[in-house]
Design a protein around this ligand. Sequence first.
Ligand SMILES: C[S@@+](CC[C@H](N)C(=O)[O-])C[C@H]1O[C@@H](n2cnc3c(N)ncnc32)[C@H](O)[C@@H]1O
Length: 311
Amino acid sequence: MLVRPALLPSWPPSPSDLFGREGPLVLEVGFGDGRFTAELAQTHPGWLILGAEVSAASVLRALKRLRRAGLANVRLYHGEGPFALRNLVPPRGLHQVIVNFPDPWPKKRHQRKRLLQEGFFRRLSTRLEEGGSLRLTTDHEAYFRFALEEAERTGLYRIHVEPPPEAHLRTKYALKWKEAGRPFFHAVFTKVAEDPTPWPPTRRYPMAHALLAGDLPESLPLGKEPIPFPGGVAVFLEVARGETGFYILTHVEEEELTQDLLLEVRPSAHGIYAGASRFASPLLTEGVKAAVRALVARLTALGLEVVQDHT
Ligand SMILES: C[S@@+](CC[C@H](N)C(=O)[O-])C[C@H]1O[C@@H](n2cnc3c(N)ncnc32)[C@H](O)[C@@H]1O
């Protein structure tokens, strides 16, 4: 029920990879406690519903709810909605996107954190099927106007402002704001054209390691200075000595994706292995490869020699 991107057989996955069958694919971004998701899945048993949510506590709450309800047509992804949109749905594969009560980020300096921005709408146009749509419900008029303007600027949508469907007013936040007497705003953004810029999904690499000749160093001093690469930054947070080698806790930030993963330096049959550990199944992205390259550079500075480079 929980989507683990690194374990998916294809990239981006097909609905069959995720759900074991085909059907209209619906993405809900920021599902919170999942009560709307559960109701949607029950009302439309033929739909395949993919939820993306950044809060771990919310994902757990929603998972419990969906398991209790025994729903087989929902998959949850713990992470950023834009990442799911870009990497977990095929081009023109989405029937609908639902965003209920997105975080409004009301302060001017925080507006860049808003979900529904021009870039999101552009990418969305490449993922929605012909005539597919996004439904937004919010209590925040300034955010609502902002989203309308951002979408209008793309020229890729027909926008309909209409009263929210009843089901969208039964989410946790809808009930909270109803009690507070707040107004509700709803719009349907229907795709009429597609952004011409291709949006390839994040590349995954089958390997991110090198083999080196030489002795395992006694200690592995790695500074905490940032390791920049095009589109992101990595940092070695901590080095721990294991039974056979070293584990390096590494933080990698890339567009829409942040991973904390382990790199390893240990003896292997073919030399000293320096690369990503399989622990926690990290996505082997360009950022992870950049971190491995930086690790290999530190090892060569300690006198080891690269014999195979898969970075
Ligand atoms: C105000 S709550 C609304 C929750 C739910 N939709 C409801 O109506 O009760 C906004 C939710 O969006 C989630 N969220 C914020 N930014 C997100 C993003 N970029 N991707 C996925 N979820 C996000 C938050 O963690 C939070 O659960």
